[in-house]
Design a protein around this ligand. Structure first.
Ligand code: NAP
Length: 254
């Protein structure tokens, strides 16, 4: 692992990662003459690493990222971070603009409800917590380790909390923590919901296929879903698939 990109081939590309799309982009660029480095926040203890060089840890806000782009002679940035990683996305937009470096947002499409889905869409996690508190049921909470604390004050519901790494902050009084990492399939998700008598699913609208099976299983079992909408993002050119991001980089490199 390195914090410096290898010398020479151009262009030098920074992939802001932590997602399957970022890993797929690194894989598709490996072996081409586009030199790239992937960046991870370092949140997960044992992250799935992309192929190629990787750096880990924050940059120190937009100013730190701008300096890093300049000192590493970065000529293009692909922000392939998670749709809910709003701070780094804002930081990337600011830093790339200040450094005069082209930026592309690679962001998977959101999930959309089907005819048989019962979704209650809310703008943010505190609104999701209010919905749960009002309903007080057996909840499958899949919003991620960092967001569990928002639900900690709710004692009218029981939570099955699924996380990759154990949560370190406050937890709701009635809960069980289930540590696992996707992808998940429909059958196992249905069993999990059934075995735990779940009647409410709480999720962020992450999109993608790795964790979407819970939605189909909830729909089949008639379970309501509290769906947290994505945060607003800066006005940056966006693509939703890895091939389009690669094309953009190839066009840039002439
Ligand atoms: P965030 O709130 O947007 O970012 C917080 C800070 O973490 C940023 O200001 C930045 O620190 C650092 N950071 C975030 N992503 C980084 C990256 N790829 N490389 C270097 N530094 C990064 O992000 P988050 O929601 O905590 O997510 C952290 C990472 O996990 C992201 O890379 C994201 O793709 C991945 N992820 C997030 C979620 C989610 O639900 N939020 C789900 C799956 C994966 P500095 O300001 O110091 O630069």
């Amino acid at each position: 692992m390195t914090d410096q990109i290898p010398p020479d081939p151009v262009p030098h590309v920074l992939i802001l990662g932590g997602t399957g799309e970022a890993r797929a982009l690194a894989s598709t660029l490996a072996g081409t003459d586009i030199a790239f480095i992937s960046s991870l926040a370092g949140r997960v203890k044992h992250p799935r690493l992309p192929v190629g060089p990787v750096r880990i840890g924050g940059f120190g806000g937009p100013a730190g990222l701008r300096e890093w782009l300049q000192s590493n002679r970065i000529q293009a940035v692909v922000d392939a971070t998670h749709p809910f990683a709003a701070t780094i996305t804002r930081s990337a937009a600011r830093a790339a603009a200040d450094a005069g470096v082209p930026l592309l947002r690679l962001r998977r499409d959101p999930w959309v409800p089907g005819d048989t889905d019962t979704w209650i869409c809310v703008p943010d996690l505190p609104a999701a917590a209010r919905q749960v508190a009002a309903r007080g049921r057996r909840v499958f909470l899949t919003t991620g380790r960092q967001d569990v604390g928002v639900f900690a004050g709710i004692d009218s519901a029981w939570f099955l909390i699924r996380v990759v790494d154990a949560p370190t902050g406050a937890l709701p009084p009635h809960h069980e923590v289930l540590r696992s990492r996707g992808p998940y399939d429909h059958r196992s998700e249905r069993e999990l919901l059934r075995n735990n008598d779940i009647d409410l699913l709480v999720t962020k609208n992450s999109g993608g296929t790795l964790t979407s099976a819970k939605l189909a299983a909830a729909s089949e079992l008639g379970i309501e879903v509290i769906m947290v909408d994505r945060p607003a993002e800066p006005d940056t050119p966006v693509v939703s698939d890895v091939g389009a991001a690669r094309n953009w980089l190839e066009e840039l490199s002439g």
